[in-house]
Design a protein around this ligand. Structure first.
Ligand code: ADP
Length: 276
């Protein structure tokens, strides 16, 4: 509360007037709290691999100095930890870049089908290595829906690299958490407007047949560093930032991310984008 004396509105009354300014700082407090949590999380995520690397250096200088087999094994572990830190720093840079660009709407034309083809080409070898299939399912468009947008294929206004990142992150997750040997499908089509998103909308679904996600976790899944199972995520090389990056890129494109999951059956991550 800020108090300012103001000129006496009734000079003969002998009373003075005060102006009271009330400012709601709840959102400032919340933002400050989020910033503090974020710094604490980043420090913790970096400290874990750093502690491991420092520990192995000490062992290599001391007890394992002349043990060639141990040296090779420890160097392998140290390389893994250094790579983890590298991934974390890359994801932090991506996140800060997309956050700062969130208000600038991209203006170039992007063919979403070409983006999904690129994602499949990039991840097919990894999918095959784990015995999973990865395929694109194109949905025929309803001609009435596309009146006006007709003939534009799957084109939208967007940032190609960022859209690529969205579907790489979602598809990598589908492969990681969907389970080895289970299929992953990318489905692309058009749909009518919904809520405050005016149609026609481009709709892309990333569908897995994994164990699904407990509904309890769904509202928090796109928070930075939120994981259902931290140990599992780390073991699979996750940084906990993938979905936060996805959410900011989708926001920048004025789109929407929806997550549907049935435990024991799988998850579908749906992204809706206005075409212009
Ligand atoms: P991470 O680097 O841990 O994968 P993300 O931000 O990409 O971070 O995802 C956050 C968490 O959401 C993951 O740790 C995982 O618990 C959960 N998750 C994401 N995608 C899926 C999926 N397709 N199936 C099940 N759980 C998922």
């Amino acid at each position: 509360v800020r108090i300012t004396p103001v000129g006496d509105p009734a000079p003969r009354s002998g009373q003075r007037a005060l102006l009271l300014h009330f400012t709601d700082i709840t959102h400032l407090r919340e933002a400050e709290e989020m910033r503090r949590d974020f710094v604490a999380n980043v420090s913790h995520e970096l400290r874990t691999p750093l502690t491991a690397v420092l520990g192995f250096i000490e062992t290599l200088r001391g007890p394992a100095k002349d043990d060639t087999a141990a040296r090779d094994r420890f160097l392998g572990i140290m390389e893994g930890e250094a790579r983890r830190m590298n991934r974390l720093v890359s994801d932090l840079l991506s996140l800060s870049r997309v956050e700062s660009q969130e208000r600038q709407r991209p203006s170039t034309e992007v063919d979403l089908r070409a983006v999904l083809d690129g994602v499949i080409a990039a991840l097919k070898p990894a999918a095959e290595d784990q015995g999973s299939t990865l395929q694109l399912d194109l949905q025929p468009a309803d001609p009435a829906l596309l009146l006006g947008a007709a003939g534009q294929g799957f084109r939208m206004k967007g940032d190609r690299d960022q859209l690529m990142q969205v579907f790489l992150n979602l598809t990598e997750n589908a492969l990681k958490y969907g389970g080895a040997g289970r299929p992953v499908t990318l489905r692309l089509g058009w749909q009518d407007g919904t809520g405050n998103l005016k149609g026609p909308l481009l709709r892309a679904d990333v569908i897995d047949r994994g164990d699904g996600i407990d509904p309890l976790h769904l509202p928090r899944l796109t928070e930075r560093f939120y994981r259902v199972d931290t140990h599992r995520s780390r073991a699979m090389g996750g940084t906990g930032l993938g979905l936060a990056i996805v959410k900011h890129i989708v926001n920048r494109h004025r789109g929407r991310l929806r997550i549907d999951s049935v435990q024991g059956q799988g998850s579908t991550f749906t992204v809706l984008f206005p075409a212009d």
